[in-house]
Write a protein of this length. Structure first.
Length: 417
């Protein structure tokens, strides 16, 4: 097995051993009253006893109905918030005596006590994925319960530490990947639907196709994000060229372009954490090391808000191709947003990563979804590995879309100023 597989096997065995050990020992009363169970978790100092009570509490939380779930978070906030009086006193003491001990005291008191609760819940077997699911549930309920927004954001802050890119493992997904992972690739594909195992096979098996995913060691059976890549001899103008099953295979000696044609986030409970920029850059460098002939890295991306933008502008959706192309260029390059960032979320993502707007393709996605969301328009963003950091800094400094010479010439031809 690979090093990563050995690591995952070790984690799984350790979790099973912990669970068995929990069941075989008596650590006191496991209260069915969730508030008492929470008090037990917060009061235990022993490592094993704390884990036992945390495991029990997490199971109780997962079993709550929606009303009980919302009420539980209200209880947390009222009972385990910051002790403002103690913090004020500690701050006053530090202002008089600036010692390391007094500074650490302020730091400890400035963090709500419930943060420690979630840290303890994270240590139980499969605690990380269970907390990700918990935040997913928070997200589904916060619209009708705005008080949950506070905890949603607070958990996101914790998750950003726990899912630091340095902890992530990049794995190749192919036809030998375990079936339970492949099933999730099918289920999580968010850009171009995978309709069957045959469809998936066509994206994984051919020598000119690749798929990569990020995993976290504590969530070994759950991809966080994955990207599908086509290795080609040219930049494709339509998605059908890439994903159709009956096609010719590009020979190794003819490959010069890597096309990122689908990027899918897999965990709703991790929304707000950007994995995609690290994924694309890591995959690009990996492919470059493996394929000496690769000298071009592009995307074939949707423009998911284009149709909505046209409607908001009261622009007829029935127009000639040249006018459609002009409107697409305006949409992609001229921001209507107060913050000056691109109208299109995919454009914002790729340009923010340091890519440039390379080309706009009409009639590139004629699927029902493609017509509905972007009038069939798809976009190529170019990743120049030697200029990513410079382009990234320039984009966020100026908020100006970095354009290829092709796009600049097209804007001039169509009289877009």
């Amino acid at each position: 097995m690979s090093f990563f597989q050995n690591l995952l096997s070790s984690i799984t065995k350790r979790s099973l051993l912990k669970s068995s050990y929990f069941r075989s020992k008596d650590f006191g009363i496991l209260h069915q009253d969730i508030n008492k169970a929470m008090e037990s978790v917060m009061s235990k100092s022993g490592e094993i006893s704390s884990l036992v009570f945390a495991e029990h509490l997490l199971s109780l939380i997962e079993g709550l109905d929606d009303q009980g779930f919302v009420e539980f978070f209200g209880t947390i906030q009222s009972k385990y918030d910051i002790d403002s009086n103690a913090l004020l006193k500690a701050s006053s003491e530090y202002s008089k005596n600036k010692t390391q001990i007094n500074l650490e005291h302020i730091s400890r008191l400035s963090e709500p006590q419930w943060v420690e609760l979630f840290k303890r819940l994270n240590t139980v077997p499969e605690g990380t994925i269970r907390l990700v699911r918990l935040r997913e549930r928070l997200g589904s309920l916060k619209q009708d319960n705005p008080e949950l927004e506070f905890f949603d954001r607070s958990l996101l802050k914790l998750f950003k530490h726990w899912f630091n890119p340095s902890f992530l493992v990049l794995e190749s997904i192919d036809w030998t990947t375990p079936a339970n992972i492949l099933e999730k690739i099918i289920a999580y594909e968010a850009v171009h639907e995978i309709n069957s195992w045959g469809d998936l096979r066509a994206r994984l098996v051919p020598e000119d196709r690749r798929c990569f995913a990020f995993f976290h060691p504590l969530m070994p059976n759950e991809p966080l994000i994955f990207v599908e890549v086509a290795l080609t001899s040219d930049v494709p103008k339509s998605i059908n060229e890439v994903i159709k099953i009956d096609r010719s295979i590009t020979l190794d000696e003819d490959i010069n372009t890597a096309v990122f044609y689908s990027i899918s986030n897999c965990q709703e409970g991790l929304s707000g954490i950007s994995f995609g920029n690290f994924l694309i850059k890591n995959v690009a460098h990996k492919l470059k090391r493996e394929n000496e002939g690769l000298d071009r890295f592009v995307t074939l991306s949707p423009a998911p808000s284009f149709s909505v933008w046209l409607k908001e502008k009261s622009i007829s959706e029935n127009m000639e191709d040249e006018l459609l192309l002009k409107q697409a260029l305006i949409y992609l390059t001229d921001s209507d947003r107060e913050d000056g960032l691109p109208n299109d979320p995919v454009a914002k993502f790729h340009l923010g990563n340091g890519a440039i707007l390379e080309k706009v393709n009409l009639n590139a996605d004629l699927s029902e979804k493609g017509i509905k969301q972007s009038k069939g328009v798809m976009v190529n963003y170019l990743y120049n590995l030697d200029a990513l950091e410079e382009n990234h800094e320039l984009f966020f400094k100026t908020k100006k879309v970095q354009e290829s010479t092709t796009i600049k010439a097209l804007r001039k031809k169509l009289q877009i100023h």
